[in-house]
Write a protein that binds this ligand. Structure first.
Ligand code: M6R
Length: 365
């Protein structure tokens, strides 16, 4: 039931502190400074011998894979490639021995993701599922996996499953890092960072009323750019997808610096850009990209850390999020973008829970 919320999407956005706690419950082992997973069905030796990881999925799940790529390469130094499941299933890439294939899927029923996992499994590779629905087709087809425990996600736009996928991938990065080179101390710090996620998301949710006023201001835009770098690039893609699917407004997610190579031609007074620009290593660079957009007259909405002293001078509208460690930044910075798409869709009279032309699970290829 809706439990007092107007829509499932809003309810599910607000459930994220809890769904994140559920994703992490019992999986953070502080004594050994690592993560633990019950269902990988692989021995420590097999896991240690993994030399390459493929992450595959569709839509929002594919976006979480991009976050996973970044975190696993950073923390575990294992090369990762991210593949659209619909492409992987018909492509014939050379896959080395000791490659582990993860299928990411909320529903566990996405036809392309299922087929991609079956195809890689048929070739003799180990396949695991990161999935929300217990007993789903993909959960059954894989050799093992990790459940998200996010609870049922009813809204067609994936919200809480995405942040849970990001948290499971962060825990996997910690796990693989700790069976390789990551120190006890580094592992301990990562656990402390991960445990901040539910509270930080709770804090980020406080932006809802402000996001609504931002949505009112930009509700008639026909084109919105979403820009971010590094860990915030998948967030840009995800923000743009959320807007497209429920409000039917065209949006593009781009790496903030890459936009100079084409999309900047779209910028004018009627084309707002959403910059995801929290504190972090690329902050100055993204600010410079923002200036480029501003110089061309484009309205700027910034998702920025709460104590950012410079942002008000550049951005037209600022949505503040708590200042968090980079590993949980994707989880926190996507929250205002989920809310922005929700409010814009509502203002435009769209059915947020059941957008046109879309189904919750895409069981045809
Ligand atoms: O159930 P899955 O995670 O496999 O679904 C994949 C996509 O169909 C899904 O993420 C889709 O893009 C959502 N509607 C996005 O909000």
């Amino acid at each position: 039931s809706l439990q007092g919320y107007d829509h499932y999407m809003l309810k599910e956005i607000y459930e994220q502190p809890e769904s994140l706690r559920n994703a992490m419950r019992g999986r953070l082992d502080e004594e050994n400074a690592t993560a633990v997973f019950g269902g990988l069905n692989l021995t420590p030796q097999q896991l240690r011998s993994v030399e390459r990881i493929i992450l595959t999925g569709c839509g929002t799940s594919w976006h979480s894979a991009l976050v996973g790529e970044y975190l696993i390469e950073e923390l575990a130094r294992i090369p990762v490639s991210v593949e659209y499941a619909s492409e992987l299933r018909y492509r014939n890439p050379p896959i080395e021995n000791n490659t582990l294939v993860f299928g990411l899927t909320q529903s566990g029923e996405t036809a392309d993701t299922l087929a991609a996992l079956r195809e890689t499994k048929r070739k003799g590779h180990r396949t695991l599922a990161i999935c929300n629905v217990v007993g789903s087709s993909i959960a059954q087809a894989a050799d093992g996996g990790v459940y998200l425990h996010a609870g049922p996600e009813i809204g067609v736009a994936s919200t809480k499953a995405y942040t849970s996928q990001c948290s499971v991938l962060a825990m996997l990065a910690l796990y693989f890092g700790r069976i390789r080179h990551l120190s006890y101390e580094a592992g301990t710090n990562i656990i402390a960072d991960l445990m901040k996620a539910p509270g930080a998301v709770q804090e980020a949710l406080a932006c809802n009323e402000h996001v609504k006023t931002v949505a009112e201001k930009y509700q008639n835009a026909t084109n919105i750019l979403y820009l971010g770098r590094q860990l915030n690039f998948p967030t840009a893609l995800e923000g743009a997808l959320k807007l497209k699917e429920i409000s039917y407004v065209h949006a593009e997610g781009y790496p903030a610096a890459e936009m100079k190579h084409g999309p900047i031609a779209l910028v004018d007074e009627t084309t707002p850009s959403v910059f995801i620009v929290p504190q972090g290593t690329t902050y100055d660079k993204v600010m410079a990209n923002m200036e480029e957009v501003k110089a061309r007259g484009g309205p700027i909405i910034a998702v920025a850390s709460k104590d950012d002293p410079h942002i008000d001078a550049v951005a037209d509208d600022v949505i503040h999020i708590p200042d968090v460690p980079s590993i949980i930044q994707p989880i926190v910075s996507v929250v205002p973008l989920q809310l922005l798409s929700y409010h814009i869709a509502l203002l435009r009279g769209c059915d947020v829970d059941k957008p046109r032309n879309l189904a919750k699970s895409v069981t045809v290829e």
